[in-house]
Design a binder for this molecule. Structure first.
Ligand SMILES: [Fe+2]
Length: 136
């Protein structure tokens, strides 16, 4: 069983964003698996970058769609994204400073914990407006 399991209840009612979220779970699981197998920085670091890069990509894509439909809560939603990306950037600065092994697991867990919280508390609020704009 994977460390981080996707559940149908995590759905935000927009398939492209559910797929993004699932991909983040998969990368975090791969990362955890490679750490467990004792793989070196040559394997761990690219996966970590992929997790971070894909997180940035996902948040930017969500914001584009929220902008396109004139989503009513866009300002607070973008603010929540911004606070999180600042945290991620700070964590990556630690990795760049050579503390990889100490922060990798923390980062993977932070991303998934944040994502689950964010899905329930913030993402799910856009479902009705996105769906009525034809985005599902
Ligand atoms: Fe979001």
């Amino acid at each position: 069983m994977a460390l981080y399991d996707w559940k149908d209840d995590y759905s935000v009612g927009v398939s492209r964003f559910d797929n993004h979220h699932k991909r983040l779970f998969n990368i975090a699981n791969d990362l955890h698996e490679m750490m467990k197998l004792g793989r070196g920085a040559d394997v761990i670091e690219p996966l970590l970058r992929e997790l971070i890069d894909y997180t940035h990509y996902h948040l930017a894509e969500e914001e584009k769609v929220m902008e396109a439909i004139g989503y009513s809560n866009i300002a607070s939603h973008k603010q929540a994204h911004r606070i999180f990306t600042d945290q991620l950037n700070a964590a990556m600065a630690e990795v760049d400073a050579g503390k990889t092994i100490f922060v990798v697991i923390k980062i993977a867990k932070t991303v998934i914990d944040w994502l689950i919280n964010h899905i329930y508390g913030i993402d799910k609020k856009y479902t009705p407006e996105m769906n009525s704009a034809g985005i599902r």
